[in-house]
Design a protein around this ligand. Structure first.
Ligand SMILES: Cc1cc2nc3c(=O)[nH]c(=O)nc-3n(C[C@H](O)[C@H](O)[C@H](O)COP(=O)(O)OP(=O)(O)OC[C@H]3O[C@@H](n4cnc5c(N)ncnc54)[C@H](O)[C@@H]3O)c2cc1C
Ligand code: SF4
Length: 352
């Protein structure tokens, strides 16, 4: 059994342009590293390690933070303690891992976090005894989800459904964040919600060599109520097995905006926009949760206990957790509703 870090060459650029040029030079055999709190444990388990690693630690441009712009290199601790940043984002950051890991872990690493699964986040020795899986070294999925083919539900061991477990991603998509990337073809900005798509291997729409530079929030994100709750086996250190981020705006007692980001149930975070406007451009057939299905009428309605129950039931009904992270899918599904209900009540009652 080996849990040693494999050998790689560490590159330490000081500008974004230099980092991108290095990534272009090494093609497929390269990874970026920020705090290393996700990448290095994966390397120790022999999970898709590369022989070139580009450190983003020395790039000052990535470390800027303001109320609406957070650089990819800003640490989770800095986000947690920056009172200009919306409350929901601070709460999500404050519940990641442990104080020590939050000192090293960054926004960029959190948003680009690899998906998780019982059968993947294991040592090489452990995975070898099972015959590996699609996400590393193997040719089949051990979770074997049912997928829809021509209206029929069939078993498919050629699809990876590893769970997207970033805590900041669902909160930031609820707040309408955009992400700016730099790559060999220049810079581009994309809605964070559109960036995530695909199965548990693909995870997002990142072009070769691209790195995340910053995340930008719209001005409205500073004027809405926002909050975050997660379910995890332990309050500290454990990854979410359900995460709910809410952005809520009220006009008097009526809902004028309600966006809920659901994390840790599917291969990507899922946005429920009750105005029905923000629908992901590239919905993927492997995404089991459908936020647009049977959406209740919420905008313009008073936020009564009954309406909160309706929204919580909607999120719970649509959520489709898989049996590949801790805690049973049925329990996690129920907790999607419970956390949504608690957050909506808190956001309504504590701000009035
Ligand atoms: C014990 C433990 C508990 C944890 N608990 C949680 C949790 O509760 N919630 C949670 O969300 N996370 C959790 N994590 C994961 C991790 O600590 C955090 O998500 C952290 O924010 C990752 O940031 P990092 O800078 O360390 O990422 P890194 O490990 O440096 O990188 C992670 C991935 O992102 C890529 N990357 C990093 N920066 C960029 C960039 N700017 N552009 C492009 N790609 C980039 C890397 O190539 C790598 O693939 C936990 C980790 C551990 C070890
Ligand atoms: S979902 Fe299947 S393919 Fe993906 S990591 Fe888990 S076992 Fe591997």
């Amino acid at each position: 059994m080996t849990m040693l870090l494999p050998k790689f060459e560490l590159h330490q650029p000081t500008t974004v342009a230099e980092a991108v040029a290095l990534a272009k030079q090494f093609g497929d055999d390269v990874d970026y590293i920020s705090g290393g709190t996700d990448l290095l444990p994966n390397y120790k388990c022999g999970l898709n390690a590369r022989t070139n690693v580009i450190s983003l630690q020395h790039i000052a441009e990535l470390k800027q933070i303001s109320a609406t712009e957070i650089g990819a290199g800003v640490t989770l601790t800095e986000i947690e303690h920056n009172t200009d940043v919306p409350a929901g984002v601070r709460e999500a950051a404050a519940h990641i891992a442990s104080p020590l890991l939050r000192e090293s872990g960054t926004l960029g690493g959190n948003l680009m976090l690899d998906n998780r699964c019982h059968f993947f986040n294991q040592s090489y020795f452990w995975r070898n005894s099972l015959g590996y899986c699609l996400k590393a070294d193997g040719d089949r999925c051990h979770v074997v989800p049912k997928i829809n083919v021509d209206g029929k539900s069939v078993l498919n061991d050629k699809v990876c459904v590893a769970t997207h477990s970033s805590d900041l991603a669902p909160m930031l998509i609820a707040l309408g964040a955009e992400a700016t990337f730099a790559g060999p073809d220049g810079e581009r900005t994309i809605k964070l919600n559109d960036f995530y798509w695909g199965d548990g291997i693909e995870r997002f729409e990142r072009k070769p060599g691209e790195m995340l530079v910053k995340v930008t929030l719209p001005d409205w994100a500073l004027n809405v109520r926002s909050g975050w709750k997660k379910l995890a086996p332990r309050q500290s250190i454990d990854f979410s097995v359900v995460g709910v981020g809410v952005a809520l705006d009220l006009d008097g007692d009526k809902v004028s905006k309600l966006r809920i980001g659901l994390g840790a149930v599917d291969t990507t975070p899922v946005l429920f926009d009750y105005a029905g406007r923000d629908v992901r451009k590239a919905p993927h057939s492997y995404l089991f949760t459908d936020p647009t299905k049977d959406m209740p009428e919420v905008i313009g309605q008073p936020l009564t206990d009954e309406l909160i129950e309706t929204v919580a039931a909607h999120v719970q009904t649509q959520a489709q957790p898989k049996l590949n992270v801790p805690m049973a899918p049925d329990y996690r599904k129920k907790m999607c509703g419970v956390l949504t209900r608690r957050l909506l009540k808190e956001l309504r009652d504590t701000h009035s």
